[in-house]
Design a protein around this ligand. Structure first.
Ligand SMILES: Nc1ncnc2c1ncn2[C@@H]1O[C@H](COP(=O)(O)OP(=O)(O)OP(=O)(O)O)[C@@H](O)[C@H]1O
Ligand SMILES: [Mg+2]
Length: 166
């Protein structure tokens, strides 16, 4: 990439976006300008995408929402899913969901864990889909964790990366 800064682009941003950028650039030792900060952040983002060409999306959902989530994932073209029956608690520590008002009875609530590996370009669609299909609007709907995934191997063939996913 050429270092010559002779291409002007227009960027319309929100206050929140600018705050995010300013927050980041103030943490840099050389306090780059806002434009320089955006240039660096774009480079970092592209590099990150190259290092993590895929994402592992782990969602903890209500078990009865799984069929809807599964159908949605298939329609997105997801090739595989791992599910695990789990127990856990969130910030209500499990009690409000099953035992409204019963302070003494703090329990771990049964949930379903879904692990989906997907190409990075698909990850946001997967997250949106899970959020839409798993959501009821009530506390305890669950969480979605997204992490960078470096490699995948299909054991039978030895295929790697996205080739091992399709
Ligand atoms: N910080 C966390 N780390 C790991 N697992 C979590 C975390 N928070 C929630 N979970 C898992 O997600 C499940 C559902 O969490 P839950 O939806 O209650 O989260 P929450 O943060 O309390 O949100 P809400 O206020 O909507 O209930 C939990 O039972 C637990 O398995
Ligand atoms: Mg909760």
């Amino acid at each position: 990439m050429s270092d010559k800064l002779d291409q002007r682009i227009q960027l319309v941003a929100s206050t929140a976006f600018n705050a995010l950028v300013d927050d980041w650039r103030r943490r840099q030792h050389d306090l780059p300008s806002r434009s320089e900060a955006i240039r660096r952040l774009v480079q970092l983002g592209v590099k990150h995408d190259e290092e993590f060409p895929m994402r592992m999306i782990t969602a903890i959902i209500r078990p009865h929402r799984y069929e809807a989530v599964r159908e949605g994932l298939l329609s997105l073209g997801i090739s595989g899913v791992t599910t695990t029956e789990v127990r856990g608690f969130g910030r209500q520590r499990g009690q409000t969901e099953f035992y409204r008002g019963a302070e003494y009875d703090v329990k771990e609530v049964p949930k379903l864990r879904i692990d989906v590996a997907a190409p990075s370009e698909l990850a946001e669609s997967v997250v949106a889909l899970i959020q839409e299909k798993a959501g009821t609007g009530k506390i305890g709907d669950g969480k979605i964790f997204v992490s960078g995934l470096m490699d995948v191997v299909r054991i039978r063939t030895g295929e790697r990366d996205a080739n091992a996913l399709d």
